[in-house]
Design a protein around this ligand. Structure first.
Ligand code: SAH
Length: 255
């Protein structure tokens, strides 16, 4: 994950929020936390709310001014719910994440978050290149500080790693051959149990195939279905070659 991204919190009042921000950052693989004049830090409530992200708190940099926290950064994003007279180019989190990810490859980038009670001052926003606004209900637009950090950190993660999903092991889909063998096995079995007759088999098989073709059958699912058919074959002592129309049976091929 990108190490050039720093999260800067200005004058945070509630130490619990600092902990919650550390947690939000760690879940999204961000690690550089800067605290400008926090009211109380370190603090047990910060540690409690970090819920295991203590390492982020332990290496957080505490500074006396925003300028100090922005030292060495090239691009600064100020987050705010309010629109100012001299408006910076406003971005939503997705748009901001694209620039942050891109610029973060070469430069130090900071994302600045304001006070719980009154956000960032005009002077502080004047130190930023962009303003990020998280779209909300216009008459109730203020997110909890850590929630705002979480949302922006998530967008950065999704921009950097767009293909991340919960399932890390890719699902193996059944091959066309495997599906055709399954259809042949199904047809033969349904004939054996007298569900299909020579007259109706084409239409019913076409409908069954269409039903299965709507899903992307996985290799394992086809194997379960073939297992069920084999169990039926064993019970009914069926599965013996019978003539079906237009189908060359592959009943002898290995399960
Ligand atoms: N009452 C304050 C909001 C404080 S919320 C105000 O009027 O500005 C604390 C911080 O969370 C804000 O300073 C900002 O950094 C961030 N934040 C909360 N909601 C946000 C939103 N909708 N868009 C952008 N940042 C937001």
């Amino acid at each position: 994950m990108n190490n050039n991204i720093r999260i800067v919190l200005v004058n945070t009042s509630h130490p619990g929020n600092i902990g919650a921000v550390a947690r939000a950052m760690k879940t999204m693989q961000l690690e550089n936390l800067y605290l400008v004049n926090p009211k109380e830090f370190p603090n047990v409530n910060a540690t409690a709310m970090a819920a295991g992200a203590d390492d982020i708190l332990a290496k957080a940099t505490v500074t006396k001014s925003l300028q100090e926290a922005l030292h060495d950064t090239k691009i600064v994003f100020g987050t705010s719910t309010r629109f100012r007279v001299l408006q910076l180019p406003p971005l939503n989190p997705k748009e901001a994440a694209k620039i942050i990810t891109n610029e973060g490859k070469a430069h130090e980038v900071a994302i600045v978050f304001g006070r719980e009670n009154n956000g960032l001052s005009n002077e502080e926003l004047e130190m930023c290149n962009y303003q990020v606004y998280i779209p909300t209900d216009p008459i109730f637009s203020s997110l909890n500080l850590a929630a705002a950090v979480q949302l922006i950190a998530y967008e950065i993660k999704m921009t950097e790693q767009p293909n991340t999903s919960f399932n890390s092991s890719p699902i193996e889909l059944a091959s066309s051959d495997e599906i055709q063998y399954f259809y042949q096995h199904l047809q033969q079995t349904l004939l054996d149990v007298n569900f299909l007759y020579h007259k109706n088999q084409d239409l019913l098989m076409a409908k069954l195939k269409r039903m299965f073709n709507k899903t992307q059958l996985e290799k394992k699912e086809v194997s379960i279905l073939r297992g069920i058919l084999t169990a039926i074959n064993t019970k009914t002592k069926s599965g013996l070659p019978r003539k079906t129309k237009n189908v060359s049976l592959a009943m002898t091929e290995k399960e």
